[in-house]
Design a binder for this molecule. Structure first.
Ligand code: H79
Length: 450
């Protein structure tokens, strides 16, 4: 029945090369798989520079490295970090109103600057005029708005004296004499402990900057164990450990550490069969705030990215980069509101769903129990929707947001079930056809779908 669509009482077991193949891991992953949509926040000391240094305007969170800013000059930014316009409730409500169920925020990026009240270093927000634990405010506000607080935390650290290797360009000015990577690892563990024990339940530990030679698989596994010991339910991304060198066996090469895989700035062509995954993407061209970057994706484009990830069985983590004053750029606010307008009507077709059952349908789809959802960003002139290979008529079909309208006519054809669509699109951004069956929608065939 390849390419076909079958109905049955059970759904396919999820093959998983991660640790999350266990029942305990499935429990841990349940809220995350249900959410399908989260908001990423890149905010730090670099935000005060707005991407500008030495006449160039194209930097962002990598500015210290890319503009080769000496460490003492970068430290000179501390007095300028005073984001009095920051409102954690506003940030959390932007996520909630957009339909995001979790928020991942930078507790520390590669520049090492900490946005939380840490006992391990003075290199952080408590040494700035702002002097408030931003992660405390964010965690509390997220919970008030029904959003799970989650921590991004960089393993690579361009500021800590014990972190190795040094950047090539600063070997002269920051000698490695006396540096001990082992001491850095202890520092990293101590900070992760603070983050997982001082702020209540944390949804995800989202590590990054794991690719340097000093960070070994063993260190990654130990850090994962540490997180698991402190917070048995915390979800950990695969970047906690470096990628395995591609082995002789392609299947073994897939084995990763952590609970989910993290494609960056891309939605994999066919999803990632057999594993949980989350695509993180920027709304414009940068993660951290860049004043000159107005290259924002449109609301329809962003909604369709969310539809595409859900249709392929993944999550979307959509980034915003607040300014040095703590404001989310108005272009981002506008887009989050636009996504929220769409989600208020169509969230049931995204949340708690699984990948499309169709191999080559020409439209994206999701399924959930007895429901099938088909996404139509463009309205077919034929006013007909073919569910290819489907042999069972849905008991009912309707446009999401128009449930009180007469149900849509449907009939069987040689090629599958055909739904007769209304005259006009039900939504200007992306209309959604909902089909309810008498039995759970089940797939036979490959695990990855378009
Ligand atoms: O936090 C955001 C980015 O700052 C961070 N991840 C997102 C979520 C990120 N930094 N770099 N990258 C993503 C891309 C990594 C590029 C690399 Fe390389 C290529 C790392 C190793 C090879 C270029 C060459 C950068 C370092 C060496």
């Amino acid at each position: 029945m390849s390419g076909a669509f079958a109905l049955g009482a059970t759904s396919l077991p999820r093959l998983n090369f991660f640790e999350s193949s266990t029942a305990q891991a499935a429990d841990r992953m349940a809220w995350w798989r249900d959410a399908r949509f989260g908001m990423f926040v890149h905010w730090g000391l670099y935000s005060v520079l707005a991407g500008e240094w030495g006449g160039r305007t194209d930097y962002a969170e990598w500015i210290r490295n890319n503009a080769k800013i000496p460490v003492d000059e970068y430290e000179g930014l501390l007095p300028r970090f005073n984001p009095t316009a920051f409102d954690a409730d506003h940030l959390a409500s932007l996520a909630a109103d957009a339909g995001a169920k979790y928020l991942v925020i930078t507790t520390k990026h590669h520049d090492g600057f900490c946005l939380f009240d840490t006992k391990q270093t003075t290199w952080g927000v408590m040494s700035t005029p702002y002097k408030r634990d931003i992660m405390r405010a964010v965690a509390d506000a997220c919970r008030r708005h029904g959003v799970k607080p989650c921590w991004y935390h960089s393993i690579m650290d361009w500021h800590h004296p014990d972190y190795l290797p040094r950047r090539d360009w600063e070997r002269g000015t920051r000698p490695i004499n006396g540096a001990s990577f082992e001491r850095y690892v202890n520092y990293l563990h101590a900070q992760v402990e603070e983050l997982l024990t001082h702020y209540g339940d944390v949804g995800v530990m989202w590590f990054d900057g794991e690719w340097e030679s000093t960070w070994t698989r063993e260190l990654g596994l130990a850090l994962q164990d540490k997180c698991r010991a402190l917070a048995p339910n915390v979800i950990i991304n695969s970047r906690v450990a470096p990628k395995q060198a591609s082995g002789l066996n392609a299947r073994l090469a897939k084995i990763e550490v952590g609970d989910f895989s993290t494609p960056e700035q891309e939605i994999p062509d066919r999803g990632i069969p057999g594993v949980d995954w989350e695509s993180c993407v920027t709304m414009n061209g940068n993660w951290g705030y860049n004043r000159a970057d107005h290259n924002f994706k449109s609301v329809p484009k962003l909604v369709n990215m969310l539809v595409e990830t859900a249709s392929k069985g993944g999550n979307l983590l959509l980034n915003v980069g607040p300014t040095g004053e703590g404001l989310v750029p108005p272009e981002s606010v506008e887009r989050l509101k636009g996504i929220g307008d769409w989600m208020r009507v169509h969230a049931e077709a995204i949340r708690g769903t699984e990948a499309s059952p169709f191999e080559n349908a020409g439209f994206r789809a999701t399924r959930k129990g007895k429901m099938l959802y088909a996404f139509l960003p463009e309205w077919p002139a034929s006013r007909e929707l073919l569910l290819p290979g489907m042999r069972i008529l849905p008991r009912r079909a309707w446009m999401l947001g128009e449930a009180s309208a007469p149900p849509l006519a449907r009939h069987e054809s040689e090629a599958g079930v055909v739904i007769t669509l209304p005259e006009r699109a039900s939504d200007p951004v992306c209309s959604v056809v909902a089909c309810e069956f008498d039995l759970p929608v089940r797939v036979s065939g490959a695990a990855s779908r378009r």
